[in-house]
Design a protein around this ligand. Structure first.
Ligand SMILES: [Zn+2]
Length: 191
């Protein structure tokens, strides 16, 4: 099994932090916590988490100042940061983007399950390929065969093996794919 990802939760709201800690632990993350930007910076430097999920407004150092400070050290400069906001103000979103935040999550609007999905998607490598079995006689398959001038049975033109759908992940965050038909036996590809 893959090693669990370490997430650093930074927020001065302890109730909220504990809620997210439980959610992330249940999703197999190793969770560490900090109560404001300054502590977050300190913990991040010591622990080098895989991702930081931080609030914006906090005492001593806010989330944006922490992001700027993280960039100044080689060890922490490339840790992906996801902003957790309770207001979702446009100006905050702009600033988060400028500072290179990976995502901007508005609390109360984004369901916990979606928070997990969005943060997990940061670790999926773009360009990864998946081969899927394809049913040549279901839904729009026959129409597709006609449009592409394929055989109705979707067999490989070279070796007559059943073609599969090769899907390449284009953008993990929007979960969009490039798809094409390939032969799993001889490697023929529909181009
Ligand atoms: Zn083939």
């Amino acid at each position: 099994m893959e090693k669990s990802k370490k997430i650093l939760l930074v927020d001065d709201d302890v109730v909220l932090r504990e809620m997210y800690a439980e959610i992330f632990q249940n999703a197999n993350f190793e969770v560490i916590q900090a109560s404001d930007g300054l502590e977050g910076l300190d913990v991040a430097t010591k622990e080098i988490p895989d991702v930081i999920f931080t609030g914006i407004v906090m005492p001593r150092m806010d989330g944006f100042d922490m992001m700027e400070a993280l960039k100044k050290t080689v060890m922490t400069a490339n840790i992906p940061v996801v902003i957790s906001s309770h207001m979702g103000r446009g100006e905050d979103q702009d600033r988060a983007k400028k500072l290179g935040a990976k995502d901007f999550i508005v609390r109360g609007i984004t369901r916990p399950i979606e928070v997990i999905e969005r943060i997990s998607s940061i670790f999926i490598e773009a360009g990864k390929e998946y081969k899927l079995e394809f049913n040549p006689f279901a839904l729009d398959a026959q129409e597709l065969a006609k449009d592409l001038h394929f055989e109705a049975s979707f067999l490989c033109l070279e070796c007559k093996e059943k073609l599969v759908l090769n899907m390449q992940l284009k953008d993990p965050q929007s979960r969009t794919f490039d798809a094409h038909f390939v032969c799993p036996k001889c490697g023929w590809e529909a181009k």
